[in-house]
Write a protein that binds this ligand. Structure first.
Ligand code: ASP
Length: 344
C-alpha cells in the first residue's frame, strides 16, 4: 500500500515538473514594433506630437499583446498590431501613407509565419483600407506569395478585405510632404558624397519614412513578422520598395528570428536584409544582435543607405537597431518589461 502511495506521489511530482518546464519553455511572449526610422530629432518634435506618437505605438502594442497574452498566435498578433498602426494617420502606412509623384497613394505590405514559412504580400494597392489584411489573405487563401496593383485589389476585395475610396488616404501633412519633395526634385536631391563618391540622401529626407512593422514570439515558440508602408514620398514609375518583399523587408523562421525593416528600401533589397540576418544566424552561428548590428550599422551605410530594423529570436531576445537619428519603436514582454522610444 505504502509502495503504491509512493508511486502515485512520484508520478504526481513528475507530471508537475514536466508541466512547469513546458510552461517556462513555451509560456513567454515578446512583441516588438517600429513606426519608421529617419531624421527624427527631439529638437524638431513638440511635446504634443511626441505624446501622440507614443500613444499610437502603445495602442498597437496593446492590440498585439492582448492576443499573445491569451495564448494567441504570433501571426495573428503581428497582423492586429499592424492594423492599428495602419489606421493611425501619423505613420506612413494605411491611412497615413505618403504620396507618389502622381499624387496617389500606393501601399505595400507583407507578412510571414515562421512556423510554416508561409508568406503573403501585396504591392501598389490603392483602395484596401488595411493592406496587411490583404497580405494575410494572399498567404492564407491563395497559392501565391505576392500580388500587385489591380490584381491584388481584386483578390483582396474578393476575400473580404475592406475597400475604401482612394481619397480615404488623403492627409494634409503627406500632401505637403509631397510638395516639399517635388520642390527638392528627388533626383537632384540625391547627390554624391564628396569623400566616398556614393549617392547620399539629403539631410531632410525624413518625411519619406514612417513605415510600420511588428515581430512577435508567441507562447508556443512561434515567430512571425509583418511590415506595411506607403513607400517613399514622390516615388515614381510603379516603384516598389523592400517592405512587401519577403527576405528584404520582412522575414520569419522559427529556427532563427522574425524581422521587419524600415529605411531606404532599395538598399534593403540589394542587401536582402532580413533573410541575410536570418542566414547569418543559421549558417554562421551569429547572434541576432551581431548579425543585425553588422548589417544595419556597417553594410547598409557602406552602400549609401540608412534605416533600421526590429527582430526577435526564438529565445525571445530582441533588437531594435538603426543607424539614423531616431526610430519610432516599442516592445512588450510577458514578464511585464516594456518600453517605447523614439530617439537614439
Ligand atoms: N522601406 C520603405 C520603402 O523603401 C520605406 C520606409 O521604411 O520608410 O518603401
Amino acid at each position: 500500500m505504502k509502495k503504491y502511495f509512493l508511486f502515485i506521489l512520484f508520478n504526481f511530482f513528475a507530471i508537475a515538473l514536466i508541466a512547469q518546464s513546458n510552461n517556462s519553455k513555451q509560456g513567454k511572449y515578446v512583441l516588438v514594433i517600429h513606426g519608421g526610422a529617419g531624421t527624427i530629432l527631439k529638437s524638431n518634435m513638440t511635446p504634443e506630437k511626441e505624446k501622440l506618437y507614443k500613444q499610437g505605438l502603445q495602442n498597437a502594442l496593446n492590440a498585439g499583446s492582448d492576443i499573445l497574452k491569451k495564448g494567441g498566435t504570433a501571426i495573428d498578433a503581428v497582423e492586429a498590431t499592424i492594423k492599428v498602426l495602419e489606421d493611425d494617420s501619423l505613420f506612413n502606412a494605411g491611412k497615413g501613407a505618403v504620396f507618389t509623384n502622381e499624387g496617389k497613394n500606393e501601399l505595400d505590405a507583407s507578412i510571414m509565419d515562421g512556423k510554416t514559412l508561409k508568406a503573403g504580400a501585396v504591392a501598389g494597392v490603392t483602395n484596401i483600407k488595411n493592406p496587411i489584411t490583404a497580405a494575410r489573405a494572399v498567404m492564407d487563401k491563395s497559392e501565391h506569395v505576392m500580388m500587385a496593383y489591380k490584381g491584388a485589389e481584386q483578390f483582396a476585395a474578393m476575400n473580404g478585405c475592406e475597400t475604401v475610396d482612394p481619397s480615404y488616404f488623403f492627409t494634409t501633412q503627406r500632401w505637403l510632404d509631397l510638395q516639399e519633395a517635388k520642390k527638392e526634385d528627388s533626383l537632384k536631391a540625391l547627390h554624391k558624397d564628396s569623400t566616398t563618391g556614393l549617392l547620399k540622401q539629403p539631410d531632410n529626407h525624413d518625411y519619406k519614412y514612417g513605415t510600420v512593422g511588428a515581430v512577435a514570439l508567441d507562447m508556443n515558440g512561434n515567430l512571425a513578422a509583418a511590415t506595411s508602408t506607403g513607400g517613399m514620398t514622390d516615388k515614381r514609375y510603379g516603384r516598389i520598395g523592400d517592405s512587401p518583399i519577403i527576405g528584404a523587408g520582412t522575414y520569419a523562421d522559427n529556427n532563427t528570428c522574425a524581422i521587419s525593416c524600415t529605411g531606404w528600401g532599395e538598399f534593403y533589397i540589394r542587401l536582402v536584409m532580413a533573410k541575410t540576418i536570418s542566414d547569418r544566424m543559421q549558417f554562421a552561428h551569429e547572434s541576432l544582435k551581431q548579425a543585425a548590428d553588422d548589417m544595419i550599422m556597417k553594410k547598409l551605410p557602406a552602400l549609401g543607405g540608412d534605416g533600421g530594423m526590429i527582430g526577435v529570436n526564438k529565445d525571445g531576445n530582441f533588437v531594435m537597431t538603426f543607424d539614423t537619428d531616431g526610430m519610432y519603436r516599442g516592445y512588450v514582454k510577458s514578464d511585464g518589461e516594456k518600453g517605447i522610444e523614439i530617439y537614439k
